[in-house]
Design a protein around this ligand. Structure first.
Ligand code: PLP
Length: 380
């Protein structure tokens, strides 16, 4: 038996996406940059995928761009790279203190190059200090990058309000959002939010790993991170990962429907939390007072080691995570938990992240298994 509850780390391919991928690998092998018919057919399939991704995020392709990347990490790096090259005189950058490492580490490396970086703090509930963000803006602020939803806690950030704050200070400041965790879980609309750049990643919504996309608003200049050939309108060199992009285009159609099924996911998540909180052991759900993704629970049990618990669950075929996947070899609490100031006894949390395919039966079984583990070890 296998119960997979780590969908914020990655998701399995769904059947129709897998089928698309295999068919594309077999038949769409033409290079999409070639003008003969085999190449043109591949190019057409790429552009269909582009249209599906654009629809998923509310973007019109006639005046804006969606380019395919190797992953979300590349897209995040590309945004910063472009901004600093185009506007070398602006030396101030704003990010939240709970961004994914693919933004935070870029910000840190820019600091070593002489950039002034503001890390906007969050409170114990994980809410962003918007006044701090507002006060930090200055004449040489180049870009503000705030994620749409956090990968560890599921906390959703008020991107529309952030765009308003930033643009009422100066419409010239670029705004980027890493929406990797939001896709397929909440409505994402670049026109409603007004962001200039948006990052997404296929493997978080049932497409393959190693493919992502970057939305670039039409009015905004952009220079490529990868330099070479003229693929992707000259904005990202390198032959496109055609089969994975076509598969991601199929997954994008599903993601639209997944958003509509999130009430059911929330119901299952809420019963899970109720059951866990009812265990006779002190526990704390991180960020539970704040607007969260419907699929995510980050819970700590006082004096229970999260790695011990995760490994015991894994032995029973149940998969959850401790902090974000990229961090899970570290013993230290994650930077997100630290930034929130979670009390020490609740810092060792596990993250349980559901998908629209998670069933109530799986959650009932999970509760039975976790209880058994805790009783066996005399923790209950
Ligand atoms: N941003 C967020 C919020 C994520 O959760 C992740 C992956 O965990 C990434 C970026 C990186 O995505 P990728 O694996 O496509 O580089």
């Amino acid at each position: 038996m296998k119960i997979y509850l780590d969908n914020n780390a990655t998701t399995p391919l769904i059947q129709s996406v897998l089928k698309m991928q295999v068919l594309a690998l077999k038949y769409e092998y033409g290079n999409p940059s070639e003008l003969y018919s085999l190449g043109e057919a591949a190019k057409q399939r790429l552009d269909e995928a582009r249209t599906n991704i654009a629809k998923l995020i509310g973007a019109e392709l006639d005046s804006n761009q969606v380019i395919f990347t190797g992953c979300a990490t590349e897209a995040n790096n590309a945004v910063f790279n472009s901004a600093i090259k185009l506007y070398p005189n602006k030396k101030h950058i704003v990010v939240s203190s709970v961004e994914h490492l693919s933004v935070l580490e870029v910000a840190k490396s820019l600091e070593t190059m002489g950039y002034d970086v503001t890390y906007v703090p969050v409170n114990l509930d994980g809410e962003l200090d918007l006044e701090y963000l507002q006060r930090s803006l200055k004449k040489d602020t180049l870009m503000v990058s705030i994620m749409t939803a956090n990968n560890e806690t599921g906390i959703i950030y008020p991107i529309e309000e952030i765009v308003q704050i930033v643009h009422s200070y100066s419409p010239d400041i670029l705004i980027h959002t890493d929406a990797v965790q939001a896709i397929g879980k909440i409505h994402v609309d670049v026109n409603k939010s007004g962001v200039d750049f948006l990052t997404l990643s296929g493997h978080k919504f049932h497409a393959p790993k190693g493919v992502g996309a970057l939305y670039i608003r039409g009015r905004v200049n952009f220079v490529p991170f990868f330099i070479g050939g003229h693929q992707e309108y000259g904005l990202r060199a390198g032959t496109e990962n055609t089969a994975s992009i076509i598969a991601m285009g199929e997954a994008a159609l599903h993601a639209v429907r997944m958003v509509e099924r999130q009430n059911a996911v929330r119901t299952i998540r809420d019963t899970l939390e109720k059951e866990l909180m009812a265990l006779p052991i002190e526990s704390h759900i991180i960020g539970s007072h704040t607007n969260r993704l419907p699929n995510t629970t980050n819970i700590a049990f006082s004096n229970i080691d999260n790695v011990w618990l995760m490994l015991n669950l894994s032995r029973q075929g149940v998969y959850v995570s401790t902090g974000s996947a990229c961090n899970s070899n570290e013993v230290e609490p994650s930077h997100v938990i630290s930034a929130m100031g979670v009390p020490k006894r609740f810092q060792k949390s596990i993250r349980i992240s559901l998908s629209t395919y998670t069933t109530q039966e799986e959650i009932d079984e999970f509760i039975k298994i976790i209880k058994k583990i805790l009783i066996k070890e005399r923790r209950l």
